[in-house]
Write a protein that binds this ligand. Structure first.
Ligand code: SF4
Length: 590
């Protein structure tokens, strides 16, 4: 494995993926050997293994089943299905079966919210799980059938493109974008991208032309292009579709970027959950090399550029661009201090452009059609269209493309959503809007979004969503900085307490204070947005929180009376006087 990866420590993640897939864990002996071969400390390898949730230091089952814990999966009955699956396979959640054949656990959103409940088996996506599919899966596992022999319908992943527009309708020949860019001139093409008003589609909305310009102006000869395909935001799955059906155009956008900034190497950082796309994408890259639109001297124009695919390993934080670069370098995905930004010091300390899949797709279209093609659509500050991943309570979940400025109500009408209570826009880190706000617009001026659009109807309890999102952030915090590491776990505990009906008015006040602390003092976007689900729902539905509270001003976070059980047993007493009544606790607190 090390030899195939040219003994490059930057490829550590890829090597660990291969070891994990072969042995179902990372054995100590492999760590020792790798440390020697790559000339890096074994502790460094262990810290990487411990960081990513798809790597394990102890054996997992030959069949590793992970079931998505996204809120949309829960809305589709995931909890009951997981229990059914555990019974069928005779394995507890979080455990490996005694015979070592199968292990079962939860995982964060797998990017299949339009076709859940979803899961992964040895990294490959399982969709639309129901009892009959689970019966089949249990049977196949008990027979120890190799995955290649499993029925293909278990792995069927649909694009579900239900509304196309500027980007999804575009078709052009392989190589056309670079050809147009070179014909026009790379500087002139950058000017067209500037004119188009294209802003990064990951959510932050930084101007793409400006990013490319900054990178090209750096006094370095080595530069890199990175496509961020680590869409881990629950409710987001559009990049999955773009890479399945528009990969050529995405690679084309990366190549145009490379020609403009002068990069020779690009990376597609593909989230580990999209393993099912890996071979197909490799084939497309190979075909592009054969057709002279990738590799050396592309289109005989003296442009050298190639793209490598790197698979992630189950860490949401790697969607943050500096964490992604760390991961690409074979390290734990801990966000860097910024500045310096990747455009000046990115991959291996060299100037690097990191853009989202959709951004590169748009850039390719602009290179072919010119800036006005894009700028004529959208709003004043949000040009072009936005591709949305729509899921939750609607009859037609899937991919929708709209000009920026579309109202939430229009989208709800199109996807068949009735009796809607609210919509979570932009995933857990985004904003929850209530049914009083459906005239609001998707645009950087109003509701900025990376594309996740989760609908909740009136039968849903918003606190279930808050509970799910708060657990998600506590699980995904990288642990680097204290406000987020400790704060997200305290938020989770506090929300649990309130949701479970043990909270008091004082707990809500404390929760709000904690939210502000985590938001204001965390190192990166994850921590800074982790409190959003609480803050946006507290603001809109204060009564909902109040309705779960007890009629006391404070209740301790643990069972005080239960804690005295040992003392009661030792004293051989169990009369009323040996118990702490709630009323006593209240008066003592007052
Ligand atoms: Fe890591 Fe959270 Fe700190 Fe970001 S805010 S660096 S995710 S601990």
């Amino acid at each position: 494995i090390a030899e195939n990866n040219h003994y490059q420590a930057t490829r550590l993640l890829q090597m660990l993926r291969q070891i994990q897939s072969r042995y179902h864990y990372i054995p100590e002996a492999a760590i020792e050997q790798l440390a020697g071969l790559l000339n890096i400390p074994r502790t460094q390898i262990i810290s990487v293994v411990e960081f990513y949730s798809f790597f394990h230091l102890s054996p997992r089952g030959q069949y590793e089943l992970l079931i998505s814990d996204s809120i949309t999966d829960h809305m589709l009955g995931k909890k009951n299905l997981l229990g059914y699956l555990a019974d069928k396979l005779a394995v507890a959640v979080g455990q490996v079966r005694e015979d070592g054949v199968v292990s079962l656990d939860n995982t964060s959103c797998t990017g299949m919210c339009d076709q859940g409940p979803a899961g992964l088996v040895n990294g490959y996506a399982l969709t639309r799980l129901d009892r009959s599919k689970i019966d089949k899966i249990a049977e196949l596992i008990n027979q120890q059938k190799p995955l290649e022999e499993w029925p293909s319908e278990l792995f069927q992943v649909d694009d579900n493109i239900l509304k196309s527009g500027l980007l999804l309708d575009q078709q052009f020949e392989q190589g056309a974008a670079l050809k147009s860019a070179l014909k026009r001139g790379v500087k002139e093409t950058l000017a067209e991208i500037d004119k188009s008003g294209l802003r990064g589609r990951g959510g932050a909305g930084f101007k793409t032309a400006m990013k490319w310009q900054f990178c090209s102006e750096e006094q370095q000869t080595e530069r890199y292009v990175v496509c961020n395909a680590d869409e881990g935001e629950p409710g987001t799955f559009k990049d999955r579709v773009l890479l399945n059906s528009y990969a050529d155009q995405v690679f084309e956008g990366m190549t145009v970027c490379a020609a403009i900034i002068g990069a020779k190497q690009g990376f597609l950082y593909l989230r580990g959950e999209y393993l099912h796309l890996y071979d197909k994408l490799q084939d497309i890259l190979e075909q592009r090399r054969r057709n002279g639109v990738l590799g050396n001297n592309i289109q005989d124009a003296g442009v050298d550029f190639d793209i490598e695919i790197c698979l992630g390993a189950g860490a949401y934080i790697c969607g943050e661009e500096s964490a992604l670069i760390e991961s690409l370098e074979g390290k734990a995905g801990i966000p860097r201090n910024r500045p310096p930004y990747p455009v000046t010091q990115g991959y291996l300390g060299k100037p690097t452009v990191v853009n989202n899949v959709e951004t590169f797709l748009a850039a390719a279209g602009i290179a072919v059609n010119g800036g006005d093609w894009f700028a004529n659509i959208g709003t004043e500050k949000s040009k072009g269209t936005k591709i949305l991943s729509i899921s939750g309570d609607c009859t037609r979940p899937g991919i929708y493309e709209y000009p920026f400025g579309v109202t939430v109500q229009t989208i709800l009408n199109d996807c068949g959503a009735d009796d809607v209570l609210g919509v979570q826009i932009g995933g857990p880190s985004g904003t929850f809007i209530s049914n009083q706000e459906f005239d609001r617009k998707l645009a950087f001026e109003d509701l900025a979004t990376g594309g996740s659009f989760i609908i909740f109807n009136a039968s849903r309890n918003i606190l279930d969503m808050v509970h799910n999102f708060t657990h998600f952030f506590a699980h995904e915090s990288c642990g680097f900085c204290t406000p987020c590491r400790v704060g997200t776990s305290l938020l989770q505990k506090q929300v649990d307490k309130i949701v479970e009906g043990h909270g008091s008015a004082g707990d809500v006040v404390a929760l709000e204070e904690l939210c502000q602390l985590v938001k204001n003092y965390s190192h990166c976007g994850l921590g800074q947005t982790a409190a959003n689900p609480i803050l946006t729902t507290l603001q809109r539905y204060p009564d909902l929180y109040q309705s779960r509270l007890k009629e006391i001003s404070y209740e301790p976070g643990f069972d005080l009376d239960g804690a005295l059980e040992t003392a009661r047993r030792m004293a051989n007493r169990d009369d009323a006087g040996a118990h702490l009544a709630q009323t006593q606790m209240e008066s003592e607190h007052e």
